[in-house]
Design a protein around this ligand. Structure first.
Ligand code: SF4
Ligand code: SF4
Length: 236
């Protein structure tokens, strides 16, 4: 009898490893961590710095990883010791972490184990963008990192292999789990509200292979060359 998967909690270790194996290509041909780390006073890539980003994993990922690696532990809240860094933990404590997810902390960038990275590490700085008429259109950027993440300002460097693996992974997750779809639909709405309040368009790496600027209110899309997408912060 086929297994029925109702929530991400139903994913077993084999499912998780299969997701990881099929979403493993580097995001760019160069090591983007070498581009952003020099701008971080803590000296490490921003997305691997617990003072800037607290990773969130599905409970099923945590169950799989805690049995197979020492890379991760459940986030305690005292991991960031830099006094002048943003307190990512406090920000997240206030946010609505989905019930099927848990906050984790890893051993740090110098001890990263690529095969044991969670989906959140693999997807960063992107999330699946869902339009208001419920279509998964492509990859949008986590806007809170736009001034520090080199990739967000260099979307023309994202490889076709990475884009294809991202789309395939989230096609599967969004089609299988309603709550995952709803969470990303709400996140996409927050993206539109954020850019709407700034009266700016946001970048989208469309599933058709093109690059677009999206108007947050009308959702009108204008196709542009990838090297004409906006650059932010340190990378202007
Ligand atoms: S994804 Fe962005 S923040 Fe993370 S290492 Fe690459 S450039 Fe830095
Ligand atoms: S597991 Fe690796 S990629 Fe993920 S946050 Fe830790 S150091 Fe960064």
């Amino acid at each position: 009898m086929p297994r029925v998967l109702r929530t991400p909690d139903d994913l077993n270790a084999a499912d998780i490893r299969s997701l990881y194996n099929n979403f493993d290509s580097p995001i760019a041909r160069l090591d983007c961590g070498k581009k952003c780390a020099p701008h971080n006073p803590n000296g490490v890539p921003f997305c691997c710095d617990i003072c800037h980003a607290v990773p969130a994993a599905y409970n099923s990922e945590w169950k799989t990883l805690r049995d197979s690696t020492n890379l991760w532990h459940a986030y305690r809240g005292d991991e960031c010791t830099a006094s002048d860094s943003p307190t990512a933990g406090e920000a997240l404590a206030d946010s609505d972490l989905p019930a099927n997810m848990i906050l984790l902390a890893c051993l740090g960038a110098d001890k990263c184990q690529r095969p044991n990275r969670i989906l959140g590490c693999r997807a960063f700085p992107f999330f699946p963008y869902i339009s208001s008429d419920h279509r998964f259109l492509g990859l949008a950027c986590e806007w809170e990192f736009e001034s520090v993440c080199w990739v967000v300002s260099n979307l023309n460097q994202v490889t076709d292999e990475y884009r294809a693996e991202f789309l395939s992974t989230f096609d599967h997750l969004l089609a299988t789990f309603d709550e995952v779809f709803e969470n990303y639909e709400a996140h996409s709405q927050r993206l539109r509200a954020h850019y709407g309040s700034r009266r700016k368009r946001f970048a989208l790496l469309h599933r058709n292979g093109g690059s677009y600027l999206v108007s947050p209110l009308s959702e009108r899309m204008q196709r542009v060359a990838a090297n004409q997408l906006p650059r932010y912060g340190y990378y202007r």
